[in-house]
Design a protein around this ligand. Sequence first.
Ligand SMILES: [Fe+2]
Length: 412
Amino acid sequence: MLNKISYRLLSADELLEQFHRSRKYSTDLISNLSAEDCQAQSMDDASPAKWHLAHVTWFYEVMVLKPFEDNFTYWNPEFAVLFNSYYNGLGDKHPRSKRGLLTRPSLTEVLQWRSNIENRITKLLKVKSSAELLWLIQLGINHEQQHQELLLTDIHHLFSYNSLFPSYSSANSPSPTIKKPFQWLNGISGMMEIGYEGKGFYFDNEAPKHSALNQTHSISNRLVSNSEWLQFIEDGGYQNFKWWLDAGWAWLQVEKISAPLYWSKDDQSELCRFSLNGNFPLPMHEAVSNISYFEADAFARWASQNLTDFAGARLPTEFEWEAFAQSNSKSSNDLFGKVWQWTSSNYTPYPGYQPWSGIAGEYNGKFMVNQMVLRGSSAYTPEGHSRITYRNFFPTHARWQMTGLRLAKDGI
Ligand SMILES: [Fe+2]
């Protein structure tokens, strides 16, 4: 059944150009990695790079080629189980926590499979161009972009367990530098139009556009920095229950958390942060990253009472963030491309939300419980993937993504 498509579909040629660019970017991301790097899985939530490369290919095979290609045959029908992530409508799945054990197929075969699927999609688009086919390929491109970010966050996590501190890239650190002095800005209050309506691609969870009420509030002109986070640590913030939600305090005890992920002391007791560039002294004026919702929430409560500038601080709602982004998308340079920003909003459907029809209906809607919304995008997000209405989401304890925070407060 055709999904409701309210935006301009790309032409087959435009789509093919985007398709090949996104496919090439995925293999570019592993150009500095060995087959061993691409094989390992560091935890249940993370996946091997090889699995990401295979899964996004599986997506095209089952979502696009299978329904649209004449005389369709699988590259290997058993891959339909190995590389199914969470689509119950598509049958069995290999357990998520055991993806690193998939030594077969080899990386070489996965890359051959990728080429095969790319050739077949290219041929298909030369003979068929229905609206649903074009839409599914556009979804496939956006899906692959999401996995490109996950591939980087998962390699970052994997390398953090290696005392050699491998450097994925010698390019300049992608972390942002905070130059602006802190300032409260007047938030946009009153009834707001929230959600996507326009001509580009969007995910179903960004729609429908609807009215939401923002109370009078202020929002920070910049992200919270590592130096501000260090003050929280040095003031015993991780040891004082009064800053923490009860579930966060329990999580802290069990996981023995006392700093953002990737912070450690080196042999000379110097505080360092491990990034994809290696392990270096903590960059004080960069945005804090790799913190959970629990930590972001606790920091705001602590800062509200301990830092004069931040009196009254709390996390913004996703609607306050979106209103801020609508009015500052040109003047603010840290809304996107730095760190995802936690909001105090639960990930729930917008009024009138309808999941996509068919198998794509499992993409977003079924995850709308026990997760918090993050807005913006990170340094690992592919160019052009995010937008003002984009809703990312993770559970309250997750912190292996590039996640930071921007503060808000009631009143002006
Ligand atoms: Fe996926």
